[in-house]
Design a binder for this molecule. Structure first.
Ligand SMILES: Nc1nc2c(ncn2[C@@H]2O[C@H](COP(=O)(O)OP(=O)(O)O)[C@@H](O)[C@H]2O)c(=O)[nH]1
Ligand SMILES: [Mg+2]
Length: 222
């Protein structure tokens, strides 16, 4: 009974996600869904990423959390439009569902926006299961989380198009084995690009920004 219900919820979400995808295609906006465990550095990466994309790539952000507007308060300082979703208003969902993203997107004027970034609720499980109509999925894993996380949360690493290995500035102080985590990611998703970077020092950002700009460019001619 419970399994059936979950399947039904997912299929309703999938239908809504397809409608979102059509809407975003008409707007010619690339939608990026950024996911990670809490504290991996999504907001910090976005602060630095948006700064590097502007003014060339017009960007807007939807940010999801269970509570607080802390991330929106940080991201609004970049100068781009930001809509915060707090899921505690409708049951404290641990992910963003497609209809929730659509409602938030209708609060933004997307006519001149080329990139819509969705910072999902911090969690390596549920967000991987809910299509929101995005074009690109990114998983952020920080070096303080342990090398085994791709193996423990394989769906997240399987559904994503690229991984960001964040907080590399901390590597000298940790026992974290970078080669092991890269091997674990490859085991789950062999061809996935992995960008090693630090949102603190901005080391490694050039390759990530180049990749992202290329994705935005591809969408423009879709
Ligand atoms: N040393 C270091 N700290 C970072 C880095 N990126 C994020 N942090 C810190 O990690 C914490 C969580 O970052 P935040 O962006 O809020 O993560 P989020 O929950 O995934 O959005 C904050 O204290 C950040 O300052 C990094 O590259 N290096
Ligand atoms: Mg955040």
């Amino acid at each position: 009974m419970e399994v059936k219900l979950v399947k039904k919820v997912l299929s309703v979400n999938d239908t809504m996600a397809q409608q979102n995808r059509q809407f975003f295609l008409e707007k010619k906006v690339l939608v990026l869904n950024m996911m990670s465990s809490p504290g991996a550095g999504k907001t910090a990466i976005l602060e630095k990423t948006i700064k590097r994309l502007l003014p060339e790539i017009k960007t807007a952000v939807i940010v999801g959390d269970i509570c607080t507007t802390n991330d929106a308060d940080r991201l609004i300082k970049t100068g781009v439009p930001v809509v915060q979703i707090c899921t505690d208003q409708f049951g404290g969902d641990c992910h963003l569902a497609a209809h929730v993203v659509r409602n938030a997107a209708s609060d933004l004027n997307l006519d001149h926006v080329q990139l819509l970034i969705v910072e999902n609720v911090g969690n390596l499980v549920c967000p991987a299961e809910f299509d929101i109509g995005e074009d690109v999925r990114i998983v952020v894993l920080s070096v303080t989380e342990g090398e085994d996380k791709p193996l423990k949360y394989p769906l997240m690493f399987r559904v994503c198009d690229a991984a960001l290995l964040n907080k590399t500035d901390l590597l000298p102080y940790l026992d974290f084995d970078k080669e092991t985590v890269l091997k674990n990611i490859r085991q789950i998703h062999p061809d996935m690009p992995v960008f090693e970077l630090s949102a603190k020092t901005e080391e490694g950002f050039s390759d990530w920004i180049e990749w992202l700009k290329n994705e935005v460019e591809k969408k423009r001619y879709e």
